[in-house]
Ligand binder design. Structure first.
Ligand SMILES: *Cc1c(COP(=O)(O)O)cnc(C)c1O
Length: 356
């Protein structure tokens, strides 16, 4: 096996074969350094420390908004309690039927909202459409059906696509016209910003998004996501909700300090752009391999491929890890730490197993 670049020498060699998810990557050096640096002396607990204050300020700068910011442990919690804060238990959340909140959160959004129903709408490459959202909103108005109160969209999506600015504002406008709030699951928000090369504000509050769950883990942080309320009023009392949900870290500095490092000097976008570039490179290689069918356009850091079962089995036997239950094919995810070498090696192995 090829040796790893020294910058990731702390990550086990098995990492090299990992394309299962961007959350199988380790902690990026910048975040790790900040994590270690945070470990000096005492600091006020529960977010009343300097690192947390600076990280919140930095997030406000990055988004050019006087937002209310909270740090929680993971994306499921972030989505669930953010959504719960936006609706009553008898109200509903519109999502695409491929949304993580619908397929991969074990009912947590419903649980934390005391029963708000998720209403799924059709998608195109994982993206909601204005027409689909409007259909769900106007479907029923009687008391027997839950009232739609929130639209949630994932940026970038579970199927590796990206909402353009206009697509977000189009959905937001319909939501606003009908009194709905807009939530964004940004577990891979960094990849979307890097791909679109836009100001983060342009695809969030300027496009009508009220609340963003900004993903940290997949872009290279050790742990944690940031919940960003662009409308401060919506974030009122949210700290109580965090605490009640078991999402208020007492040693908050270890969650927040790496955020500050990540959002300094565009580190987050550099890493995300790298992950995207690796996926594009893999995608281009796969496009030239007989027997491998690209299922979806590669827009960010995921490559979705239709492969015959025996080829999947042989790849797995060679040690490659990837999921086959998301997006209808084999999914190869790239991260900040994926190397061109690993991409090459995977593509060669793919060619080999498909040649029989
Ligand atoms: C990974 C992911 C999350 C968060 O998952 P956790 O494992 O709870 O951190 C949320 N939404 C999407 C789209 C994801 O891919």
């Amino acid at each position: 096996m090829t040796t790893l670049p020294t910058s990731v020498s702390t990550v086990s060699p098995g990492h090299y074969l990992q394309f299962a998810s961007d959350n199988t990557s380790g902690i990026c050096p910048e975040a790790m350094q900040a994590f270690m640096a945070a470990n000096t002396g005492f600091a006020a607990s529960y977010g009343n420390d300097d690192a947390t204050r600076l990280a919140c300020d930095r997030i406000r700068e990055v988004f050019e908004a006087d937002a209310e910011v909270f740090f929680v442990f993971n994306g499921t919690a972030a989505n669930s309690i953010a959504l719960a804060s936006l609706c009553q238990s008898y109200q509903a959340v519109i999502c695409s039927d491929t949304a993580h909140v619908e397929t991969d959160e074990c009912g947590a959004p419903e649980f934390f909202s005391n029963g708000s129903k998720l209403l799924s709408a059709p998608h195109r490459h994982g993206k909601l459409t204005s027409a689909g959202v409007l259909e769900v909103i106007t479907r029923r108005t009687d008391v027997h059906y839950p009232r739609p109160k929130v639209v949630t969209l994932t940026q970038s999506t579970e199927m590796g696509s990206v909402y353009q600015k206009g697509e977000i504002s189009g959905i937001s406008r319909i939501a606003q016209e009908h009194g709905l709030k807009v939530h964004m699951d940004g577990a891979r928000f960094a990849n979307a910003v890097a791909a679109l090369k836009v100001a983060p504000a342009d695809i969030t509050w300027r496009a009508g998004v009220d609340v963003l769950c900004f993903g940290g883990t997949k872009m290279g942080l050790p742990i944690g996501e940031a919940i960003v309320f662009f409308d401060r009023k919506l974030g009122e009392e949210f700290s109580y909700r965090c605490k009640q949900a078991g999402q208020l870290a007492s040693k908050m500095r270890y969650l927040s300090a790496p955020w500050l490092a990540m959002l300094t000097d565009n580190t987050w976008l550099r890493h995300a752009a790298h992950a995207n570039a690796m996926a594009h490179s893999l995608s281009e290689r796969i496009a030239g391999i007989a027997g491998a069918e690209l299922l979806l356009p590669t827009e960010v850091n995921g490559v979705f491929v239709n492969l015959p079962e025996p080829a999947i089995a042989r790849l797995k036997a060679l040690g490659w890890t990837f999921y086959t239950f998301i997006g209808g094919g084999a999914r190869f995810m790239c991260s900040w730490v994926t190397t061109e070498e690993a991409v090459d090696h995977l593509a060669s192995d793919l060619e080999r197993v498909l040649a029989g």
